[in-house]
Ligand binder design. Structure first.
Ligand SMILES: [Zn+2]
Length: 152
């Protein structure tokens, strides 16, 4: 098994191995069912990776389109919970943070899909994924702070 993090095929969020039976994992952010398999890409020649990237670019567009509705729903739910969160409801605040992560992950999903279709084990891809994770975590830290939640 390679050392890279498995990501949700729908939204690109890192998958927690505890969220399923080890083979089937349900994404905790967008609730998509994922089937884990050995990583694609490692050892493929550049031409093969290039063709996969071309296909992934088309899929990424479809993914962005498909995620629009879910994205809007997450934002609406987030805004509703924010009102309660700002009135001191900590449970609502924690839930709102998870919704915001789901929303942010969906925004990055087409990009993540393209990168990981190329080769999820490529060092440049691993680094790009880490940068996306860092950006998401930074945004969430700001949201937590705005709700008066302790940092994670
Ligand atoms: Zn997901």
């Amino acid at each position: 098994m390679s050392s890279h993090t498995f990501r949700c095929a729908n939204c690109g969020a890192p998958l927690q191995s505890g969220d399923g039976d080890g083979v089937h994992v349900r994404c905790r952010y967008c609730r998509a069912e994922n089937v884990l398999s050995r990583s694609i890409g490692a050892g493929d020649d550049p031409a093969t990776k290039g063709r996969r990237l071309q296909l992934a670019a088309v899929e990424a567009q479809a993914l962005a389109k498909r995620n629009e509705e879910r994205s809007a729903a997450l934002m609406a739910e987030f805004e509703a919970l924010s009102l309660a969160a700002h009135q001191g409801d900590r449970e609502a605040a924690e839930e709102a943070v998870v919704l915001m992560e789901g929303y942010l992950r969906l925004q990055y999903a087409p990009t993540v899909h393209m990168y990981t279709s190329y080769d999820p084990t490529d060092p440049a891809v691993v680094q790009a994924m880490q940068q996306i994770d860092a950006a998401v975590h930074q945004a969430l830290a700001a949201v937590r702070e705005s709700f008066g939640l302790p940092p994670r």
